[in-house]
Every structure is written in structure tokens, then in C-alpha cells.
Design a protein around this ligand. Structure first.
Ligand SMILES: Cc1cc2nc3c(=O)[nH]c(=O)nc-3n(C[C@H](O)[C@H](O)[C@H](O)COP(=O)(O)OP(=O)(O)OC[C@H]3O[C@@H](n4cnc5c(N)ncnc54)[C@H](O)[C@@H]3O)c2cc1C
Length: 239
């Protein structure tokens, strides 16, 4: 089906952002055909999937290309849904994370198919004996559901015998910090420090002191942290 030239009209929304941010495959292919335009060129790089990593890779590749002479095509299977993650927006917008399931289970309930996404955009990409929620088929993918955590891998999660040293060095020196900045987790807020957090910490401290937290581990018995500052995980929220 050819991509409509104008934005589609839904019951509540006109799809202006989707229409002018995205192209249909027919339009992308037409842009490679010199019969259509003297500027037509083939794509140099094709990224499959426009979720967090596909999008970051495409943007990174484009920015690193000092000549800006390479064409990058991101092939995304889902629709433009929301422009970016906003804390708790997915839940208010009805974009919950579905429960774990399998293709087999959905089929047996007659609920499997491209036309039957769960929670608006979720689908299962592969068969597995381990049930799982699947993927959010939309531009941005599961990053639209981000809680705002920038998981910096710890040393024990990047053992030298399994990770090339150059990769570890690149991650440590550049990419983790870049990701924190881009996600916004390099700035604190009152989930982490501030009046709210201080009050909650005081409540917890008082509870431990008066014996209301029976499972609390005495400070001296606490396992020695294996992280080195500032290489600690920062978690602003759990969505
Ligand atoms: C509720 C929730 C909260 C989260 N909170 C955090 C957090 O705080 N911090 C954190 O680091 N991580 C968090 N995550 C995890 C994070 O969102 C994922 O790890 C990350 O988005 C995975 O990125 P990805 O690019 O590998 O996959 P995805 O983001 O899932 O992207 C895959 C993309 O590929 C597309 N696609 C799939 N198959 C095809 C195909 N055949 N053709 C074309 N396109 C295709 C999909 O539509 C999708 O856009 C959270 C996830 C959820 C669900």
C-alpha cells in the first residue's frame, strides 16, 4: 500500500508528526531511483529496528561521518507512537507493559497477529519456552518505557576474558558518560537527594534503629561494595 502523502486523521489525532518524521518503504526506495530525482542515491547503511540501540547507532554513525556523505536507512517495524519517554506517560497513555506470554499461548487464545498488538504496540518476535512480554513495536522501542536508569556495567559484569579491552575502555571513557548525559541521569533530583529523599532515609533509619526492619543487615556485616566511584549505578526511578 503506498504511503499516503498527507497525515492520516484518527478519531482524536492528526498524524502530523508520524507522517513528516517517517517515510514509508515505498518512499525510501523511490529516493534511491535516479529516475525520480537527480539527487537519488542508494543507502550506505541500513539499520534494522529503530528502538533505543538502532536509533542511537544511526545517529552516532551519522554524526561521526564528518563528510555527511553516507545515507542511513532505519527500518522500523512499528508506528510512531509517542515522541519520547516522559516519566509515567506510557501508563497514563495506556501503554502498559503486557504480561509475559508466548506465541503458542496467544495463538491458542486467537490473539496472535500483526493486527493484534498487546497494550497497543507490543508483539512477540520469537518462539520461546520462556514466557516474556515481547518488544514494543514502535519508534523508540522499549526506550519509551525507560524509567531513567543508566546502567553502567560493573567490573565483574565485563570480565576481561569475555570483553575486548578496547570495548571496555571505550565504554568506560566515553559511552557510559554519554548515555548518562543523554538520558539525563547525570543530574540528580529529589528521588535521589533532596528533602523527599532525606525524609525517607530518616524514616528508614528510625525504623532500623527501633527494630521495625527485622531483615536489615548490620552495617558491619554489609557486603563490601565492589563498585568504584563514580562508576556506580544510578537509578532515578522504577517505572
Ligand atoms: C517498563 C520498562 C522500563 C525500563 N526501564 C529502563 C531503565 O530505566 N533503564 C534502562 O537502561 N533500561 C530500561 N528498560 C529496558 C530498555 O528499554 C531496553 O533494554 C532497551 O530499550 C532495548 O533496546 P533495543 O534497541 O535492544 O530494543 P528495543 O528498544 O525493543 O527496539 C527494538 C526495535 O526493533 C523493532 N523491530 C523488531 N523487529 C523488527 C523487524 N523485524 N523489522 C523492523 N523493526 C523491528 C521494534 O519495533 C523496536 O522499535 C526498560 C524497559 C521497560 C519495558
Amino acid at each position: 500500500m503506498p504511503t499516503p502523502k498527507k497525515a492520516d486523521q484518527g478519531s482524536f489525532t492528526r498524524d502530523v508528526l508520524g507522517r513528516y518524521i517517517c517515510n514509508g518503504l515505498d518512499e525510501a526506495m523511490a529516493s534511491t531511483n535516479s529516475a525520480n530525482s537527480p539527487n537519488a542515491r542508494l543507502f550506505d547503511v541500513i539499520v534494522v529496528g529503530g528502538g533505543s540501540f538502532g536509533a542511537v547507532f544511526a545517529q552516532h554513525f551519522f554524526s561521526q561521518d564528518s563528510t555527511h556523505s553516507h545515507r542511513v536507512l532505519v527500518l522500523e517495524g512499528g508506528p510512531f507512537t509517542i515522541p519520547e519517554h516522559v516519566q509515567n506517560l506510557p501508563i497514563f497513555a495506556g501503554l502498559n507493559v503486557p504480561s509475559a506470554t508466548s506465541i503458542q499461548d496467544l495463538r491458542s487464545q486467537g490473539q496472535f497477529g500483526l493486527d493484534q498488538p498487546r497494550e497497543e504496540v507490543w508483539g512477540l518476535p520469537w518462539h520461546s519456552s520462556t514466557k516474556f512480554p515481547g518488544l514494543a513495536y514502535c519508534i523508540g522501542g522499549r526506550s519509551l518505557y525507560f524509567g531513567g536508569w543508566c546502567p553502567q556495567l560493573l567490573d565483574e559484569e565485563m570480565p576481561a576474558d569475555r570483553w575486548p579491552q578496547a570495548v571496555i575502555d571505550d565504554l568506560d571513557s566515553t559511552y557510559f558518560a554519554d548515555a548518562s548525559t543523554q538520558i539525563g541521569t547525570d543530574q540528580t533530583n529529589d528521588f535521589i537527594t533532596g528533602d523527599l529523599h532525606t525524609t525517607l532515609r530518616q524514616l528508614l533509619f528510625d525504623g532500623i534503629q527501633n527494630g521495625s526492619v527485622p531483615d536489615a543487615i548490620p552495617l558491619a556485616a554489609r557486603p563490601k561494595p565492589s563498585v568504584r566511584p563514580p562508576k556506580t549505578r544510578r537509578h532515578l526511578d522504577t517505572t
